[in-house]
Ligand binder design. Structure first.
Ligand SMILES: [Zn+2]
Length: 449
């Protein structure tokens, strides 16, 4: 969309000055934002295509910092279980995934993410059946088809049940095979350029499914390649018990002892943190992916977002896999993060603008992309979401940011990723939604039984 101006909309920039323009414009040229301001479109932009965006709110595109795309094919299972019971029921199903299933699931998951305002997403893929084909490559093809900025991670599990881990032995891999495959994936896929649409990360799954050696070797490999590290941490009280029993310390102390806290690391969940862990995560620059709906669905608890933010930690939001969050709305996570923080910490614990900040510039910081995305500023990449707020569900809500965060899900008028249209008037335009839905249903049915 070269030379386009959105005019007449409320602009929420999320820039360092927290600028907001109630009747503003945003100009896009190529894949960059070129100008932003209040009032009528300046004359020198007159040659551009002008889009009437009145009645709409424009925000930076939302950034999803934790997900498992393949789980779109295993929704609606173990619906009343906690994490360990849910995992134990799902591991054998996940052992049957393969490249076509993952391609169909990931395409559906990504298309729906786009419909909920997401322009950049990570993926944490850690199930690699021996005869499953190129499942990581399938997720990358899906992201390219839908058109989202993608941060896939090569995940892994090497601690099976017979060695004291939670997953059955047939869904874990050998550590040497993992390291070889991870190195190959970095060489094949990782693009470190500033405008990158694809950056790879390394992501051993969790303390109860990977060995100490895998954590250590993964960190060395990632740091040698200059890419980021990710894992699940402190999700449930059960995990806290597991770590105390097996390692004699808390999950955060365990990771710290392995040099796994730092500004190149981000952690999913981080629900069960004591005060020293909050301080240590902030001091080391470690990022946190807060996944409120998944944490509630599995009864895991509520992340201490206010304490983390007050300590100076980088915090983003994540939908998590669809098997523990069937709704998978990234805008919905903004609402949930607001509600959860206030329910536990009072009305002052999370403003509606701070909540949008978690999903935008906060997520960009967690992924190490805040110089390029996460706010609407001239020179940044053109990743933005235009929300319609003048129809029945939102008409008359005095504050448009409150309408987005506290109101019903708004229609998504336009979603631009890298300057390209991905969603227009609540429809994904890059893929055929009906075909994607049919393929996802068939993938899910193929795993039944
Ligand atoms: Zn997860």
């Amino acid at each position: 969309m070269t030379g386009t101006v959105l005019r007449g909309c409320h602009v929420l920039t999320m820039n360092p000055r927290a600028d907001e323009y109630p009747d503003g414009y945003v100009a896009v040229g190529g894949n960059r934002i070129t100008e932003i301001g209040e009032g009528p479109v300046p004359d020198h932009l007159g040659a551009a295509r002008v889009v009437d965006a009145s009645g709409c709110l424009v925000t930076p595109g939302l950034v999803n910092t934790h997900d498992h795309l393949y789980q779109w094919a295993t929704r609606g299972r173990a619906v009343d279980s906690g994490l360990f019971g849910w995992l134990t029921e799902l591991y054998p199903v996940w052992a049957r995934i393969d490249e076509p299933v993952v391609r169909a699931a990931a395409t559906g998951a990504l298309a729906w993410l786009a419909r909920t305002g997401c322009t950049s997403t990570m993926d944490h893929h850690y199930v690699f059946p021996a005869d499953g084909g190129d499942v990581l490559g399938a997720t990358i093809e899906a992201a390219a088809a839908v058109g989202l900025r993608f941060h896939p991670t090569r995940g892994s599990m090497d601690l099976g049940e017979s060695a004291g881990g939670l997953p059955p032995d047939d869904v874990v891999e050998d550590i040497d095979a993992i390291m070889t495959a991870t190195q190959a994936a970095i060489e094949r896929f990782h693009d470190p350029s500033p405008e990158s649409m694809l950056r790879l990360g390394v992501a051993p799954c969790s303390p109860f499914s990977v060995t100490r050696d895998l954590l250590t070797e993964s960190a060395a490999l990632a740091r040698g390649a200059g890419i980021r590290l990710h894992t699940h941490l402190a999700e449930t009280a059960d995990e806290d018990d597991y770590c105390r029993e097996h390692f004699g310390c808390t999950p955060a102390e365990y990771l710290d002892s392995l040099d796994w806290l730092g500004d190149d690391v981000w952690l999913a969940h981080a629900v069960h943190l004591d005060d020293p862990a909050v301080a240590r995560i902030a001091a080391t620059g470690t990022g946190v992916a807060h996944c409120p709906t998944s944490n509630a669905r599995l009864g895991a608890g509520i992340c201490r977002t206010r304490a983390l933010l007050d300590a100076g930690a980088r915090v983003g939001l994540g939908v998590d896999g669809a098997a523990s969050n069937e709704s998978r709305s990234l805008r919905g996570e903004v609402s949930a993060a607001t509600a959860f923080a206030r329910a536990t910490g009072g009305a002052g614990a999370m403003s509606v603008r701070d909540a949008v900040g978690l999903a935008t510039i906060g997520g960009a910081r967690v992924l190490g992309r805040d110089a390029e995305i996460g706010s609407l500023e001239p020179g940044k990449l053109a990743d933005l979401a235009l929300w319609r707020l003048d129809t029945l569900p939102h008409a008359g809500i005095a504050d448009p940011v409150a309408a987005l965060v506290l109101g019903p899900p708004p229609p998504l008028e336009l979603l631009l990723v890298n300057g390209e249209v991905v969603v227009e008037r609540d429809r994904v335009v890059t893929v055929d939604e009906r075909q994607v839905a049919d393929a996802a249903r068939r993938a899910s049915e193929s795993l039944a039984g």
